[in-house]
Every structure is written in structure tokens, then in C-alpha cells.
Design a protein around this ligand. Sequence first.
Ligand SMILES: [Fe+2]
Ligand SMILES: [Fe+2]
Length: 172
Amino acid sequence: MLSREMNEKLNAQITHEFYSSYLYRQMASCLNLMGMTMMESYFVAQADEERQHAIKLIDYVQKSGGKLVLGAIDAPAHDFKSALAVAEATLEHEKGVTGRIHALVAQAESDKDYSTRSYLQWYIDEQVEEEASIMELVQLTRMAGDNLLGLEDRVEKLLKARTPIPAQDLGV
Ligand SMILES: [Fe+2]
Ligand SMILES: [Fe+2]
């Protein structure tokens, strides 16, 4: 059984995962305007993954006898000036998400809610992967400089190497 605080914090995280999806969709469209179609596809895939993160948590809240209450989603920034600005903002965003997941773990531990603590391990591991792949994207974008076609080639390879979240991990 979830504590009231844990339920509220999980609801806030679900809303925030949808916000991440929203942000990455907006970024994808900014990249489309820049003519960066591969990087656009990368962010569309990223947006879909964030939606899956939200759905996986919804499933957990429901299974744990909690009540889902979705919050309002803020409008994301839309004035990114370059692919590098998008990549750097993404890394900052993901670092923030990692902090939020860690705060959820702290709540679960203070509640002695070992089920939620265990469930959140998936998100901790996922954040390690996310930060590593976005750091790689930032590095590639920095190194590419003005060679945007070269960057598109490299991002295409990253995109092909992406592994979708396995269905059994989604629990739905
Ligand atoms: Fe996420
Ligand atoms: Fe993420």
C-alpha cells in the first residue's frame, strides 16, 4: 500500500514523464525546422520512450492500490537556436529527472515501502542509460561543429543502435 505522500509523488512523476515526452516532441519539431531529420527522429523516439515511462508508473500506482491524479503539463521551451542547444538542454533535463527519481527512492525508504523501492530500481538504471546516451549525443554535436550532415550520419547510427524498452519491463 502506498503512503499518501508516495502516491502524490508518483503522480507528480507521472505528470513529469509526460512533460518529458512533451518537451522532446517540441525539440523534435525544432530540429525539423533546422533540417535535422535524423536528430528529429531520435527525439521522436525519445518522446515515445518517456510516454512509456509514464505508462509503466501508472500501471504501478494502480497495482499498488493508489489513485492516479494527473497534473497540468507546463509548456516546454521552443526557442532552441541549434542542435547543440537542444542536446545540452536535454542533458540538463535528464540530470533533473535523475534527481527526481532519487527523491522518490528516498521517500520509499523513509516509508519502509520496499515494494516501491524495488520498483524504482528500474528507473534508476534507466536514468544511467539515458544520461550516458545523451552525453554521447552532446559530444557528437559539439564535435560536429558546422558539419551538420556528418552529425546526421552519426545520429542515424545512434538511432539504429537504440533498443526499445522490452514489453515485459513495461508491465502492461
Ligand atoms: Fe523518463
Ligand atoms: Fe528520459
